[in-house]
Design a binder for this molecule. Sequence first.
Ligand code: PLP
Length: 387
Amino acid sequence: MKRIYLDYAATTPTHPDVVKAMLPHFSDSFGNPSSIYSYGQEAKGAVEKAREQVATLIGAREEEIVFTSGGTEADNSAIEGVAFANPERNHIITSTIEHHAVIETCTFLERRGFEVTFLPVDKDGLVDPDDVQKVITNKTCLISIMHANNEIGTIQPIKELATIAREAGVYLHTDAVQTVGQVPVDVDDLGVDLLSMSAHKLYGPKGIGALYIRKGTKLVPFMHGGGQERNRRGSTENVPGIVGFGKATEIALAVMTGEIERQTRLRDQLIKSILKQIDGVRLNGHPTKRLPNNVNVSIDYVEGESMLLNLDLENICASTGSACSSSSLEASHVLLALGLGHEQAHSSLRFTVGKWTTEEDINRVMEVLPRIVTRLRAMSPLLKSRK
Ligand code: PLP
């Protein structure tokens, strides 16, 4: 039976052309970019080409891109980097629905004496810029609000937040791990000072990402070591990973318009069919300000985990909450922040479509899912107690 992968927000398969571009850098072209002989300079050239490709995708200058080990490191570096570089200001503003990479960095800083404001979101997952305006003080050093949420797909009003940040002289960081390569992202258009990216969300390899740092931003380097990345991140560069990331950004740019149109159609087809064929369903996330590939629903009286296991038996991969928390039984902090009760949060299911998703895949899900829901509901003690 064909495996149907509908968890592209967790990770994406590496594009064959990306693998092809990476391969020589494991063998023939293995040099250390810091070495001055030709092997090294070849590797350095490959890294710089990739830097240019990544910068082009987000409208940045090459020298504003620092390669990291992924989105998590980019988030940590941005937040801690600004916090420690601006000692006269000790206040950070973020939201309750950020990825753990941001939330845990902020709570770490809280324990170190920083003050952190976790802003609430509305029922669709949107941060209200007026709320940011209200809590900003002359002690605020950073606002960190994600571009789009990985669980519910809601896209935040980053441009409006940038206007507020700029007027107050506060840095703005956005975790754009779920948007870079999926939808247009331009750092000048958004007005951000720092932006996190991760290659494995855009058909690149795992373990490589980047932080965009606007020229002039005061930041303490996160990794101390050799002088790599213009003294902003020590450690020998992950050359194959960087080359793969660059290639993935080039492909993303070339296919983006068509993919947005195609994935939006598949997304809407799935949302419409679920709402029509299954009763007691709530669509989580904003109905229109959402990623082209994200479907997140709560299905009354069925547990997300049970649905996942049953879908897996049918060779369909989906997710409840984010991949990193799906192994824990805690309800998603994102869904709780929308105002959902624990029951509804535990009954959530996320499908994320991607490059290799077809209409037949969606039809197959709709052949299987209603049956699974009916079977699980028939066994639900909760539903029986409500009748
Ligand atoms: N931020 C968001 C919004 C994500 O979705 C993820 C990955 O799930 C990360 C950060 C972490 O990225 P990485 O896996 O590259 O560390």
